[in-house]
Design a binder for this molecule. Structure first.
Ligand SMILES: CC(=O)CC(=O)SCCNC(=O)CCNC(=O)[C@H](O)C(C)(C)COP(=O)(O)OP(=O)(O)OC[C@H]1O[C@@H](n2cnc3c(N)ncnc32)[C@H](O)[C@@H]1OP(=O)(O)O
Ligand SMILES: NC(=O)C1=CN([C@@H]2O[C@H](COP(=O)(O)OP(=O)(O)OC[C@H]3O[C@@H](n4cnc5c(N)ncnc54)[C@H](OP(=O)(O)O)[C@@H]3O)[C@@H](O)[C@H]2O)C=CC1
Length: 278
């Protein structure tokens, strides 16, 4: 199978890595060579770590050799499946799928790794709504078991079956849901992170205490503020905005502190500072 990935950021890189670990021929596209080089470096590090722990069947170099990096979208023409993992912005994703729908061969399936944006809208932009689906990996992709599979209004049974099987071949557990804002994962997760941020803003406790309470008290592997920093505060804000607009309920209102931090360029781990410094 020829597996395309658009975006070489934290999610795109992880998806490409796991696809290559599963034996697929992978091609990753990003807008600048610089982002591709950075993505390649992150994949290399992760593969080395997995090998050290005996969790990799092939040598890292063999896995890497299955990944081709490109800045040209035309290179996706003969892909069987293309998963998009660019910035969480509907206008940008719409424009990309309009273009991609004209490039990929007609039998190719297009998928979005979006955290929250309506799959049905992206499917319409692609011009092939029956062969379009949400394939939502979790971060960090090499370690997390779930792929949330989101069926759009017109997604065909064949498309859903193909993507479910592919997720299984990648060693993941696919679970299916319908197309509602934030799907299941982020409709439940993100309001909790937003509430933790609201606790910081209201002075309920220091970030370390909030995270400690949720880790020790609820057995969460990461506290909510550490997790928000890990996901990216810009992505968290975009998801809250989709929930707020899409569900029309003020309980999803993004915390003003979250908004202010994104305006200040404090995006979490990826910018070097969020609720913590990295
Ligand atoms: C926003 C969305 O749309 C959807 C989302 O994805 S929401 C986010 C979902 N993800 C989560 O909630 C993650 C929550 N966190 C966790 O589950 C865990 O902290 C974790 C799995 C990330 C790490 O596991 P952990 O038990 O805390 O152990 P930790 O010691 O930190 O890491 C385990 C090992 O994996 C390694 N590791 C971390 N990321 C890695 C990667 N990408 N590749 C390879 N190895 C990796 C770590 O370096 C560490 O190695 P050592 O043991 O040698 O130190
Ligand atoms: N972070 C997370 O925990 C999770 C995120 N997601 C979703 O995955 C997607 C990607 O998120 P994430 O990896 O965190 O984001 P990142 O910011 O790490 O990566 C996005 C990448 O896509 C690139 N990009 C932006 N626009 C385009 C374009 N038009 N064409 C090609 N590449 C482009 C970016 O380049 P540049 O730097 O120039 O913008 C960047 O390299 C989002 O939809 C997000 O909601 C899903 C699950 C978890």
């Amino acid at each position: 199978m020829k597996f395309g990935v658009i975006g070489a950021g934290q999610m795109g890189g992880g998806i490409a890595q796991v696809a290559a670990q599963s034996g697929f021929d992978v091609i990753v596209q990003d807008v600048e060579q610089e982002y591709l080089d950075r993505g390649r470096g992150v994949i290399e590090k992760s593969l080395t770590k997995l090998q050290e722990k005996g969790k990799l069947s092939d040598a890292p170099a063999e896995v890497l050799a299955r990944i081709k990096f490109t800045t040209h979208m035309q290179d996706f023409a003969d892909c069987d499946l293309v998963v998009e993992a660019i910035v969480e912005n509907q206008a940008v994703k719409n424009a990309l799928f309009e273009q991609l729908g004209q490039i990929v061969k007609p039998s190719g399936i297009l998928a979005s790794n979006t955290s929250s944006i309506p799959i049905t809208a992206l499917a319409s932009a692609s011009g092939r709504p029956d062969r379009f689906i949400g394939m939502h990996f979790m971060n960090p992709v090499p370690l997390m078991a779930l792929v949330e599979v989101i069926r759009g209004y017109a997604t065909s049974d064949e498309t859903a079956q193909f993507v479910t099987q592919t997720a299984e071949q990648m060693g993941k557990t696919p679970l299916t849901c319908n197309d509602f804002p934030g799907f299941v994962s982020n409709r439940i997760l993100m309001p909790m992170l937003n509430e933790a941020i609201q606790c910081v803003m209201e002075g309920v406790a220091e970030p370390e205490a909030i995270d400690g309470i949720m880790k020790l008290g609820m057995n969460h592997p990461m506290g909510p503020l550490t997790l928000a920093d890990f996901i990216g505060l810009d992505t968290c804000l975009s998801i809250m905005e989709v929930l707020h607009t899409g569900l029309g309920d003020d309980k999803y209102r993004p915390s003003p502190l979250l908004r202010k931090m994104v305006q200040a360029g404090l995006l979490g781990r990826k910018s070097g500072e969020g609720f913590y410094k990295y």
